[in-house]
Design a protein around this ligand. Structure first.
Ligand SMILES: COc1nc(N)nc2c1ncn2[C@H]1C[C@H](O)[C@@H](COP(=O)(O)OP(=O)(O)OP(=O)(O)O)O1
Length: 165
């Protein structure tokens, strides 16, 4: 089935749902999760979630890692932003971070199962479609800004800008 791509006015776009993602990288592996609830339940992603009122993206990503995996990432580095125009849920503005150090022991919770994953074994077939566009570049240290149009869980369109080195 061919789906028509709807128009999105990106000039005036505002993501009603601010959110975060964290990717902890150590010794050739990245700490992913199997998400047990929330948006993307059942998929593999980084830990993260919705930003609470009054919270900064950095405060949110640290809190979400504590809640989902019982770890505290140290010195998070902002790597990019993802603007998701969604069809069936509010649009999401996601702030993406990386860290190379953390405190605690990654632990399974009601929200997530930790999955240490080799950097060359990322399970894209179990992840959101957009991750194929930016995750490998980000893990290689590149910063980015992306816009995506989704119909349900299908990515219809995307545009990705990489920051110059
Ligand atoms: C649309 O494509 C997406 N791609 C990627 N890579 N990640 C996405 C996409 N859409 C949402 N996400 C991420 C962003 C956030 O980390 C979560 C959504 O937040 P969640 O529903 O997990 O929020 P919580 O605050 O943890 O919610 P609950 O406490 O209610 O479970 O997904």
């Amino acid at each position: 089935m061919v789906m028509a791509i709807r128009e999105v006015d990106w000039q005036h776009w505002h993501g009603e749902m601010p959110a975060t993602l964290m990717f902890v990288v150590q010794e050739g592996k990245v700490l992913l999760i199997e998400k047990l609830r929330g948006i993307g339940k059942g998929k593999v992603n980084g830990p993260g979630g919705k930003i609470d009122p009054g919270e900064t993206p950095e405060q949110c990503v640290v809190r979400e890692c504590q809640e989902e995996l019982h770890i505290t990432p140290l010195d998070p580095v902002k790597m990019g932003e993802l603007c998701f125009a969604m069809s069936d849920i509010p649009d999401i503005h996601c702030h993406v971070f990386m860290a190379t150090r953390y405190e605690g022991v990654p632990t399974a919770t009601e929200e997530a199962i930790p999955l240490w994953t080799d950097l060359d074994q990322i399970p894209y077939d179990r992840m959101w479609e957009d991750d194929r566009c930016w995750l490998a570049g980000m893990l290689a240290g590149r910063k980015f800004f992306g816009r995506f149009i989704f119909e349900g869980e299908t990515m219809l369109w995307h545009e990705l800008d990489w920051q110059a080195h």
